[in-house]
Design a protein around this ligand. Structure first.
Ligand code: SAM
Ligand code: SF4
Length: 354
């Protein structure tokens, strides 16, 4: 694990410190030699759920005037693609609560990434929307589902949506021409860790890749503790007792998930995302932009850089490119969760964009 110096208090900075001129010429590269290929683009901090590990029930959202317009989102996407970004994931908050989502997808697709995906809580996946998003250029969807038990699903999401609605929505994704669906579950000890095998069983029924994410200190309640973390090694062990697996490995060095196929040849797969116990920071290729246009070099950044004044102040594409290159240069070596000086970022996951 990479260790970090003690981090300072959180700060939104107007602009990042300038990167050396020679690095700016190479697109989005950081001072540790990593290149940005993946953009996580948050289009809203709003959500129709209030997941216990993510968002407070009485959360205060950004006012609508501070949230990026479709035109601003497209501009950032196209400058990033010009700088070498290949994959863009639209996220939030919950992206499907934006009424102009299809328009946003169309504009981001126009920027020309080779892969365009979206993460959603799966509450609003009717056929009409799925087709509209596909026609607008969306290629893949990842859905979050942390429990298949209705009472617990309601307890986790604090919403009226039912787990069965989300599963039904997930089963429609592939039929709508949006590739094979991935399902994400965050596992929290003593809360839903008894459902690991049930989640896999459900995903197998619809041929989805079931991905387990280690619980990270990004919750709004700051209630994360190491005791609540279920390490990826334990998750895989529990699955293997019921469904033997064969390791496929990572799609790319920078991919977040370790992927396993079923030994019995069943459709779908199991993915493990272990940012805490098997940090993949050394191969990180991600940059994040929040719904209010703050550039966050890392999920765990204590500093973020405000691109909105440039976007709304008539800056040229070249100036925006320089801003993004400088913010990338400032990317920290690793998240440092295991270092004694670790301080949880002020923004919860919902306000960063997962
Ligand atoms: N609303 C969408 C959803 O839930 O899929 C997209 C945004 S959500 C912030 C993106 C992902 O972050 C989800 O898969 C969610 O489970 C995950 N997430 C949220 N809080 C987390 C935490 N504290 N630790 C690990 N993953 C978390
Ligand atoms: Fe909303 Fe997604 Fe956070 Fe749940 S995890 S509260 S669905 S943003």
């Amino acid at each position: 694990m990479l260790s970090l110096p003690v981090l300072e208090a959180p700060a939104t900075r107007a602009a990042p410190p300038a990167a050396p001129e020679r690095s700016r010429a190479h697109g989005l590269v950081d001072s540790h030699g990593r290149r940005i290929r993946d953009l996580r683009l948050s289009i809203t901090d709003r959500c129709n759920f209030r997941c216990v590990y993510c968002m407070d029930p009485d959360v205060r959202f950004l006012d609508s005037g501070s949230v990026m317009t479709p035109g601003e989102i497209e501009r950032i996407a196209s400058v990033c693609v010009r700088l070498g970004v290949q994959r863009i994931r639209i996220t939030g908050g919950e992206p499907t609560v934006r009424a102009d989502l299809a328009k946003i997808i169309k504009r981001v697709a126009r920027a020309g990434p080779s892969d365009l995906s979206m993460t959603t809580n799966g509450a609003l996946l009717d056929d009409r929307s799925l087709h509209a998003w596909r026609d607008a250029g969306l290629q893949r969807i990842t859905i979050s589902l942390d429990s298949v038990r209705e009472d617990r699903f309601a307890q986790i999401t604090r919403s009226r949506t039912r787990a069965s609605d989300v599963i039904e929505g997930a089963s429609r994704v592939e039929r709508a021409g949006l590739g094979s669906v991935k399902i994400n579950a965050v596992i929290v000890r003593g809360f839903n860790d008894d459902e690991i095998v049930d989640l896999v069983r459900t995903a197998r029924l619809i041929g989805a890749e079931m991905r387990f994410i280690e619980y990270m200190p990004l919750d709004s309640a700051h209630a994360w503790s190491r005791e609540k973390l279920v390490p990826a090694s334990e998750i895989i062990e529990r699955i293997e007792r019921v469904f033997p697996l064969v390791q496929r490995g990572r799609e790319r060095a920078s991919a977040t998930a370790m992927v396993y196929d079923y030994r019995d040849g069943a459709p779908g797969a199991v993915g493990l995302i272990a940012p805490v116990t098997r940090s993949f920071c050394g191969a990180c290729s991600r940059l994040r932009i929040t719904a209010d246009a703050k550039v966050r070099p890392c999920l765990f950044s204590r500093d973020e850089f405000d691109l909105m004044p440039a976007l709304r102040g008539g800056a040229s594409d070249d100036a925006i490119a320089r801003f993004l290159a400088d913010a990338t240069w400032a990317k920290q070596a690793g998240h440092g969760i295991s270092s004694s000086g670790f301080v949880q970022p002020e923004r919860p996951m919902s306000a960063i964009g997962g």
